[in-house]
Design a protein around this ligand. Structure first.
Ligand SMILES: [Zn+2]
Length: 96
């Protein structure tokens, strides 16, 4: 199951549609974790729904900080969709 590290919701991709393409999971993200991508090697804050929480080790309930980060991603996504600009989310920096 692919992970979409910069998702503004659950980071798991699920098979959807009648030809089974991968799509973002739309379930409510109630958990967060730090996930490490391999190429390039980066650490990301990812969000997970209750069904997918075990897909990333160390998933925990959202903290206040996670909720702020999730809201920021949703705002960025909304800005991209309404044409006011796309600022892609970035990986966690080493200092965090
Ligand atoms: Zn999910």
């Amino acid at each position: 199951m692919p992970i979409q590290a910069d998702a503004a919701g659950c980071c798991c991709m699920v098979r959807g549609g009648n030809i089974g393409q991968w799509a973002s999971c739309t379930a409510r993200p109630d958990f967060a974790a730090v996930w490490t991508a391999h190429r390039p090697r980066r650490r990301w804050r990812v969000f997970l729904c209750a069904q997918h929480r075990t897909r990333v080790p160390g998933a925990r309930e959202l903290t206040a900080d996670d909720r702020v980060a999730l809201l920021a991603r949703r705002r960025r996504l909304a800005a991209a969709r309404d044409g006011s600009g796309w600022v892609p989310p970035g990986p966690l920096t080493d200092s965090r």
